[in-house]
Design a protein around this ligand. Structure first.
Ligand code: 5GP
Length: 217
């Protein structure tokens, strides 16, 4: 009898969209970086924005920085999956890279606000997994915003007043994590991702696999 290998069984699946939202300064960027560094199947969605680059930000990596007129063109051509005004700037998610990644079984991470998440929830349905990151306290949030030292005092003050509004949308998310310990938070989001990847409805190759099992292969 020939040996049948049971190693490395690959079951095809559709990619998923993992959204992380939080008020600015709650640690979402640190969590995102940690996830991306250790996971080859996860990549970041690069948004378009009318905001000016901060020191150190790289065009095409952090954002596609553009003038409002060019942003409007993307909106009018239907090339954004979602878009929203956050503070005084516009932000939006280019649709094409997302469509391609999902079809290829690749997962995409989104750092977008609650408005964008609502739009994606309507458009993306089961492809979307949303996680809200809460800061451990208001004081901790303010301290983190100030220590970034990239924004003026006025901007920090406005971001603080926006934080409570952003937090009020926590119920719209599938999962909520509290960032009092960033390593635990990272572990929690990783666990969410692992579990969501094996959801039956994403695993498009299951039907064939199970049929073969039942036929005795
Ligand atoms: P920042 O200016 O600090 O990079 O981002 C400000 C806010 O805009 C953050 O809450 C971030 O999640 C949100 N944001 C960034 N890109 C997008 C996007 O493409 N769509 C939406 N709706 N929000 C975004």
């Amino acid at each position: 009898m020939s040996e049948i290998s049971t190693e490395n069984i690959q079951i095809e699946r559709r990619g998923l969209m993992l959204v992380l939202s939080s008020p600015s300064g709650a640690g979402k960027t640190t969590i995102s970086r940690a996830l991306l560094a250790e996971d080859d199947n996860l990549s970041m969605s690069v948004s378009a924005t009318t905001r000016k680059p901060r020191p150190g930000e790289v065009e095409g990596k952090d954002y596609f920085f553009m003038e409002p007129v060019d942003f409007n063109l993307l909106v009018n051509k239907g090339e954004l999956l979602e878009h929203a005004k956050v503070f005084d700037n516009y932000y939006g998610t280019p649709a094409a890279p997302v469509r391609e990644a999902l079809a290829a079984g690749k997962d995409i991470l989104f750092d977008i606000d609650w408005q964008g998440t609502q739009q994606l929830a309507q458009k993306a349905g089961d492809d979307l997994v949303s996680v809200f990151v809460l800061p451990p306290s208001t004081q901790a949030l303010e301290k983190r915003l100030k220590s970034r030292a990239q924004d003026s005092d006025e901007v920090v003050a406005r971001r603080m007043s926006k934080a409570s509004e952003e937090i009020s949308h926590w119920r719209e998310y599938d999962y909520v994590v509290v960032n009092d310990d960033v390593n635990r938070c990272i572990a929690e989001v990783k666990a969410i991702l692992q579990a969501e990847r094996v959801r039956r409805n994403r695993r498009t190759g299951l039907l064939t696999f199970v049929e073969q099992l039942r036929e005795g292969y």
